[in-house]
Design a protein around this ligand. Structure first.
Ligand SMILES: [Zn+2]
Length: 447
């Protein structure tokens, strides 16, 4: 038995920030208090002047991604290291079956890749069709420790699902308690606008090719389908303040619908595509929107309409973004900067940061009560940080992508130490852990 006491800091717990010490026994939080017998502790971690947060959960990222068209060149040792340096101790990544591939087979392949991880992980299962064998596999997901599905309203021919297929999958998911995460962009609008702007520079015209109304339409339609199917829904990487309002309206009707956004949509805008000397940095789906929309989404995070902030991390390199022969892969790196950028939202408190990065993702995806809080019995996933502001310098990051779209942006929170299940995995920016120390988290379904 190993006892560690984290002394002298302020702890972010249960929606508050309190002055207290934290006792960890082995891999679990044992107690919060101020009178621990330090002589009986194996290690005393001096946290004077620091804040202790639960480890962040990135509920939507793509480490070692293969879309069938593009591949990122990172692996789980690299990706989990970037995450750990940024205070992310758990990720929910994606199983990406090939068309026709057995879902269990596809999951086993991803589990073999993530064996190198130093942080904990689970997966969303992607469904590409509503064939009987796919629906049968979906019913198995809860036994496999998978609590959520990922569906797409766009990207023909492999990912796109029509409404009839969506409905079948939503009903099947609901019957076994799975939550369904949907990428929402109206495929017809995106196709029409992409054709209309096809003779313009892709990097400049990208926002016009995939307009915001395409997202809002698809999100509203999916919320109605989920309402009809009594399914539990998450709108993926919400880029529009208006989509958050649609989620809010759905919730008021009693629909179990949640939504997530990313630092991309909180801080970057279509002006980056239009005015930057390096517009290749800003290609992602959905694309960037207006600066007013940034403020609307920041406000939606503060007032709780947006439930989670996630990265949608894809480690495409600078060279891939600029030179890929088959077009510019969409997706931006962000695992290392998620916590700092979320904490930099004007007016946000540390308990609010913990709500959108820890508590809500843990509850929505069934990682609670192991992850998401610093309460007795929870995993000792702890970030020790100083409440400092600074400017992100991409040359000081370890990003595998070789750049950050947030270079020059305001950040908050200097991460000193990161613990995953009681093991110190980052100390002053240095990785302390060995490949494979992270493990699969068996997510629970909402039944
Ligand atoms: Zn994604």
């Amino acid at each position: 038995m190993t006892k560690k006491c984290f002394c002298g800091g302020e702890i972010v717990v249960n929606g508050a920030q309190i002055r207290a010490d934290l006792l960890v026994i082995d891999d679990k939080i044992a107690a919060i208090g101020d009178k621990f017998d330090l002589d009986k502790c194996d290690e005393i971690v001096d946290c004077t002047g620091c804040i202790l947060m639960p480890g962040a959960i990135d509920a939507h990222c793509h480490i070692q991604l293969d879309t069938g068209i593009f591949k990122t060149l990172d692996d789980w040792w690299i990706g989990s290291g970037e995450a750990a340096r940024g205070g992310v101790t758990t990720v929910v990544d994606f199983v990406g079956p090939e068309p026709g591939e057995d879902l269990r087979h596809a999951l086993d392949f991803r589990l073999s890749q993530s064996q190198k991880s130093i942080i904990d992980y689970t997966y969303h299962m992607t469904a590409l069709d509503a064939k009987p064998e796919t629906l049968a596999s979906i019913r198995q997901c809860p036994q496999w420790g998978i609590s959520s599905l990922k569906l797409y309203t766009t990207y023909r021919p492999n990912y796109y699902l029509d409404d009839a297929s969506m409905l079948k999958i939503l009903e099947t998911a609901a019957s076994v308690g799975l939550t369904t995460l949907i990428h929402c962009e109206n495929d017809a609008i995106v196709s029409a606008e992409s054709a209309r702007h096809s003779d313009e520079s892709l990097w400049r015209a990208y926002p016009a090719m995939r307009p915001g109304i395409a997202e809002v339409e698809a999100a509203e339609r999916m919320i109605r389908l989920a309402e009809y199917a009594h399914a539990r829904l998450v709108i993926a990487h919400n880029s529009m303040a208006e989509t958050a309002l649609a989620v809010d309206r759905g919730r008021k009707r009693g629909v179990q619908v949640f939504n997530e956004t990313t630092p991309q949509y909180l801080y970057l805008s279509e002006q980056n595509n239009q005015n930057s000397a390096e517009p290749w940095r800003y290609i992602l789906q959905p694309p960037l929107r207006s600066p007013e929309n940034n403020a609307g989404l920041q406000n939606a995070v503060l007032n709780g309409t947006v439930d989670m902030v996630i990265t949608d991390h894809c480690a495409y390199t600078r060279d891939q973004k600029i030179n890929a022969p088959n077009g510019t892969p969409g997706g931006l790196p962000g695992l290392e900067t998620l916590l700092w950028l979320t904490a930099a939202i004007p007016g946000i408190s540390w308990p609010d940061v913990a709500r959108v990065l820890c508590r809500n993702p843990a509850k929505i995806y069934g990682l609670w009560p192991d992850k998401g809080e610093l309460l007795p019995g929870f995993d000792a996933d702890i970030v020790v940080l100083r409440d400092e502001k600074y400017i992100i310098d991409e040359t000081k990051l370890t990003t595998f992508a070789g750049y950050s779209p947030f270079n020059g942006h305001q950040a908050r929170g200097r991460i000193l130490r990161v613990y995953r299940r009681g093991e110190e995995i980052v100390h002053d920016g240095q990785i302390k852990s060995q490949p494979g120390s992270g493990r699969f988290v068996h997510a629970r379904v909402a039944l």
